[in-house]
Design a protein around this ligand. Structure first.
Ligand code: GLP
Length: 228
């Protein structure tokens, strides 16, 4: 089933999203969480870190699972999405266990051994991608290396001023994402309004990979600009 919550603005989105995940971690301290990078969840992660500092939330039992990574980056490259996940989520929340995404077979095996994902925290690509499951991606698309679309190269350029965006990436598959027991999709800003409407109100189609999230126990948190 799909639940859509619309909140006034990005700060309210961060608060609501942090509350959503904190409740689940309180109930299940060993929660396994697929962790998106990108701009949208950063406020949420900062709010969770605040709770950890205040001593009202303990994330030490959480397992953080990497959602996507650029392919072919040298060790220590500043554009590493794993490094971004570590500095925005893992380190500030005191998470002790990380499942990295590099080799698709190793990742898939490790996830199976963990019993799959409890929760997937996702952003929405401007072209309807989730992770780097670029259109077209069907519901069975596995964890794999992909070529990034021009649209993703453009939107990702905003993260790395002055640096180029790698043209290839490895992404957790649609099969992994859709297998999560619960999914939280965060969407902020007027530039996401049309694609969010396609994902929620249009047909399920590989041309909008996020449209398949409706098959899961999906909570959408959107601000007014993204869902007027
Ligand atoms: C990026 C990433 C996704 C992210 C999405 C939205 O390209 N591959 O993991 O969730 O696109 O990004 P943002 O939150 O910056 O809009």
């Amino acid at each position: 089933g799909v639940t859509v919550h619309v909140v006034p603005d990005a700060p309210a989105l961060a608060d609501a999203a942090a509350e959503w995940l904190a409740q689940r971690i309180a109930r299940t301290p060993a929660l396994t969480v697929l962790v998106a990078t990108g701009q949208t969840p950063m406020g949420m992660y900062a709010q969770l870190a605040e709770r950890v500092r205040a001593g009202t939330l303990d994330c030490s039992g959480v397992t953080a699972v990497q959602l996507d990574e650029y392919a072919g980056l040298p060790e220590g490259d500043p554009r590493s999405l794993r490094a971004w996940m570590l500095r925005s989520f893992v380190t500030p929340l005191g998470v002790q266990t990380v499942v990295p995404l590099l080799d698709p077979a190793a990742f898939t095996g490790r996830l199976a051994a963990l019993g799959g994902l409890d929760v997937a925290v996702l952003g929405l690509g401007p072209n309807g991608h989730v992770g780097f499951n670029e259109p077209p991606s069907g519901p069975d698309a596995p964890t794999r290396e992909v070529a990034l679309t021009p649209e993703s190269l453009r939107s990702n350029a905003a993260y790395w001023s002055g640096l180029t965006v790698p043209t290839r990436a490895v992404t957790a598959g649609m099969d992994v994402i859709l297998g999560a027991r619960e999914t939280l999709l965060l969407v902020s800003g007027a530039h996401k309004c049309a694609i969010l409407s396609e994902a929620l109100d249009g047909p399920e189609t590989p041309l909008v990979p996020a449209s398949f999230l409706r098959r899961t126990a999906l909570t959408v948190l959107a601000d007014r600009d993204a869902r007027p």
